[in-house]
Design a protein around this ligand. Structure first.
Ligand SMILES: C[S@@+](CC[C@H](N)C(=O)[O-])C[C@H]1O[C@@H](n2cnc3c(N)ncnc32)[C@H](O)[C@@H]1O
Length: 204
């Protein structure tokens, strides 16, 4: 291969890498916490979770980001309930811990961890799992995350799954989304166009 061709190939590869970094930043990363007041205007967190969460319940916010939903979940489950706030990003978990300390939230248990391994949550112990924009943000180990979700969900529990975006900005395409949902009982939503679903454990 000529040097010119090799250089062009290298430049293209670098450009592609830059592109994926930017797409990660723009579409896959959590919305920054300082945008929460604006987000609240068009996506009030209570509106999404209120129908599924009751006082005293145990819930898990997998891929919780800056905790946009974790605090709303903590309000709903109250002092007798518990929220597991789990994210791969240590910075956002530290920020949630700080905000929880300041706000006197004693019912949020934080974990810097992959959703693919939440062994700190017992089998069949969770009433509601929120995985808002999680699977589409996971470059790998999505199957394991889905297995963990099934493992921790109570027989009577429900989970809200959503994709922020499909490929090329998110990792989950239609085939995979449909395969994921096949493993559950779909109670609401579910089409790839909608990109969200409320599911429960499937009893075979
Ligand atoms: C699009 S954001 C959604 C954040 C939050 N659920 C919300 O609605 O504001 C996706 C989040 O998933 C997290 N994430 C990506 N891969 C993960 C993994 N393997 N385990 C846990 N969290 C992960 C990212 O760090 C990011 O905070």
């Amino acid at each position: 291969m000529s040097t010119a061709k090799r250089t062009a190939g290298k430049e293209k590869q670098q450009k592609d890498q830059t592109k994926s970094k930017w797409s990660d930043r723009l579409f896959l990363r959590r919305p920054p916490a300082f945008l929460n007041p604006i987000r609240r205007l068009f996506e009030p967190p209570e509106k999404l979770i209120e129908p599924y969460v009751k006082n005293g319940q145990v819930v898990a916010d997998l891929g919780c980001g800056s905790g946009y939903y974790s605090f709303a979940l903590a309000e709903l489950v109250g002092n007798k309930g518990k929220v597991y706030a789990v994210d791969l990003g240590n910075n956002c978990i530290r920020a949630i811990e700080k905000k929880a300390r300041k706000g006197g939230y004693h019912n949020i248990e934080t974990h810097t961890s992959s959703a693919a391994n939440v062994s700190f949550i017992k089998d069949r112990s969770v009433d509601f799992v929120l995985a808002n924009g999680l699977l589409c943000s996971m470059a790998n180990h999505r199957k394991e995350a889905v297995s963990e979700l099934k493992r921790i969900l109570k027989e009577t529990g429900q989970a809200y799954l959503s994709l922020g975006a499909g490929p090329p900005f998110g990792y989950v395409d239609q085939v995979e989304w449909e395969k994921v949902l096949e493993g559950f009982k779909v109670k609401q939503g579910g089409s790839y166009k909608e990109k969200w679903a409320v599911v429960s454990v499937k009893h075979d």
